[in-house]
Structures are given as structure tokens and as C-alpha cells.
Write a new protein. Structure first.
Length: 314
């Protein structure tokens, strides 16, 4: 899989991909990253990439022409031309279906067959919130092109003409899209098959998929983890068993996989209820989870105390 990043600060990315999992993925050729200097697509002495906003107001806006040229250099045409006049799907969840539809229509072997495997993304505080689900979708395509805004942002026509998705990494305003692009690359590349040492591990962490969607063989050993099913992760501990006067919960020390699994699920529910109750709505919960959640809620409302993440052993 390849990431292309278009930026006025290419040096920002020097060193950022040289550590940990991404460095290994790059070294093994599982992921490649191209960083493109927007100023290389200007034609004036000052290499101008910005201009004043129409209508007045503060700040400058990134001009459309250098961005369009940068995209053309990557073989990216305007959306309307890419699918022979067809619309790109708005919802990332429909991308897979859209690809199937395109195949079904038997679109010619020329441009359109490879184009649906590229996603052009504008980083923007006004975008759809970047989530693990979107990262999972992105990890299935061949190429992700990330446009980094600066100043007041990017001329909106670039978004309208070229971008499949406008993405925000959170409800705050950054000074540029570079940090956001690095976040998207990091979160996406670790979901590409082969990048994480243990293929299944992304399923078991925060926002992971439900048990039913995990295809790993159990080879007779009971698993001590649940697929997160959209919940937050449970707390993790390592040696020593006692630290700062706190002992690791006994359940984790006794090797009872079923007990560990139950304890971890309860902690996932507690932590999600305490820190991100909004996630419970879309989570894949079993009837056992629902009962446990009800018990945790009752426990809280009856003693009037705040929800605790670290309950005593179950
Ligand atoms: N005027 C814009 C607004 O109020 O939405 C803010 C522009 S911001 C100072 C400059 C650039 O930073 C944006 O064009 C975008 O590329 C990037 N950026 C800022 N916040 C972001 C966020 N939460 N997620 C992704 N990109 C962001």
C-alpha cells in the first residue's frame, strides 16, 4: 500500500516514519510513503502557494492550481473523470460495495479499474471524524493521497473536484494538516495485513471488531481476550505483580483463561461506560455483556459514586 502526502512542509515528515512498526513496514516494503512538496508545482519566482480569500477576512488560502498539478503528477484526475462521469461514494463503508458495482458494470481495463483503489483525502477540521472504522476501510485500498492544508485552509474547489473524503482527526484546530496526515498513515498502516507482528492483535484493542468477525483459529487454547466489538480496551499490567502499593488483580495471575476473559470484558465495559459512553450505542454487545453493563450501572446509581475503571476481582 502506498501513501502520498502533499504538503508545503515536506521536512516535517523527516524522521516521523523512522521508528517502530512503520519503519519495519517500510523496510519490508509492505508500505511506501511519498512526500510531495507543493511548491514544486508552482511557476513563479516566489513559488507562491497561497493567496488572499475572496470576500475578505483573515489569513490566506492554499491556491487550487498547484494542488491540481500535484494531483495530476500522481495520475489523479478530477472525480468526475475518474469514474467515467460516475459519482464516488460518500460513505467510506460503501466503498467496497462501490468497487463491486464497478466490477459488475464491467468498466474497461483502462483507468477506472485501478482508480477506485485510490482514495484522495483532504485533512480538514471541517471533515468527517477519523475513526478506526475509516482506518479499516482505508487499509483495504492500494493508495491513499493526503492533502495537507495550511493557513485558513484549501480552496474549496479542490475538495469538490478531487477529494473522496474530508477528514478531521478531532474537534480542535491544528495549524496544518501534516500532523493529521501522520496520524492517518499510522492508524491505517498498522491495519494492513502483515504489518503487526500478531495479525489478530488489532482486533483485540480499543475499537476492534466483534468476536464473530475474528477469523483467527483458536487451536484448542481458550482465548483470554474478546474482540473489542467497538469498546475501549481493558487495562494492561506487566511485572512486577506489586508496584506502588498496588497489586495486579489476582484473576490475571492464576492462568484461568475463562476467568481472565470475563474480567477483561467487564473492564472493557466499565472503561467504556466511564470514558466513552457514546461508544456503547454502536458496540457489538452479547446478552451477557448487556447484563454486566446493567449490573455496573446499578452498582453506580445505588451507591452514588462515580464509575471506577478498576473494580475488585470478579
Ligand atoms: N479555517 C479552518 C477552520 O476553521 O476549519 C482551519 C484551518 S487550519 C489553521 C489549517 C489546516 O490544518 C487545515 O486546512 C487542515 O488541513 C489542518 N487541520 C486543522 N485542524 C485539523 C483537524 N482537526 N483535522 C485534520 N486537519 C486539520
Amino acid at each position: 500500500m502506498r501513501f502520498e502526502i502533499v504538503t508545503i512542509f515536506p521536512d516535517f515528515f523527516a524522521g516521523i516514519f523512522e521508528n517502530g512498526i512503520l519503519r519495519r513496514a517500510l523496510a519490508e516494503g509492505l508500505v511506501t510513503v511519498g512526500v510531495h512538496d507543493l511548491r514544486a508545482f508552482t511557476h513563479d519566482r516566489h513559488r507562491t502557494v497561497d493567496d488572499r480569500p475572496f470576500g475578505g477576512g483573515e489569513g490566506m488560502v492554499l491556491k487550487p492550481e498547484p494542488l491540481a498539478e500535484a494531483l495530476a503528477s500522481l495520475g489523479i484526475q478530477p472525480k468526475a473523470e475518474r469514474l467515467g462521469g460516475g459519482e464516488f461514494p460518500e460513505e467510506p463503508t460503501s466503498w467496497a460495495k462501490a468497487r463491486a458495482d464497478i466490477k459488475g458494470l464491467n468498466v474497461g481495463a483502462e483507468a477506472p479499474t485501478c482508480q477506485p483503489r485510490t482514495r484522495v483525502i483532504l485533512l480538514s477540521a471541517q471533515g468527517r471524524r477519523f475513526t478506526q472504522a475509516i482506518a479499516r476501510e482505508l487499509a483495504t485500498v492500494d493508495r491513499v493521497v493526503l492533502l495537507c492544508g495550511r493557513y485558513e485552509g484549501v480552496d474549496e474547489r479542490i475538495n469538490q473536484l478531487y477529494c473522496d473524503l474530508e477528514l478531521s482527526i478531532g474537534d480542535y484546530v491544528l495549524s496544518g494538516g501534516e500532523l493529521a496526515a501522520a496520524v492517518v498513515v499510522d492508524a491505517t498502516m498498522r491495519l494492513i495485513p502483515g504489518v503487526l507482528g500478531n495479525e489478530a492483535s488489532s482486533e483485540f484493542e480499543s475499537f476492534g471488531v466483534a468476536d464473530a468477525e475474528i477469523a483467527t483459529a483458536e487451536d484448542g487454547v481458550p482465548r483470554s481476550q474478546h474482540g473489542a466489538g467497538g469498546l475501549l480496551d481493558y487495562p494492561h499490567y506487566t511485572r512486577p505483580a506489586e508496584f506502588g502499593g498496588l497489586r495486579v488483580p489476582e484473576t490475571l495471575l492464576n492462568g484461568d483463561h475463562a476467568g481472565i476473559r470475563r474480567w477483561r470484558r467487564e473492564q472493557q465495559l466499565r472503561k467504556t461506560l466511564a470514558n466513552r459512553p457514546d461508544l456503547l450505542e454502536g458496540a457489538a454487545l452479547s446478552s451477557e455483556d448487556e447484563k454486566l453493563l446493567e449490573a455496573i450501572r446499578n452498582e453506580t446509581s445505588s451507591d452514588g459514586t462515580e464509575l471506577q475503571n478498576h473494580s475488585a476481582d470478579a
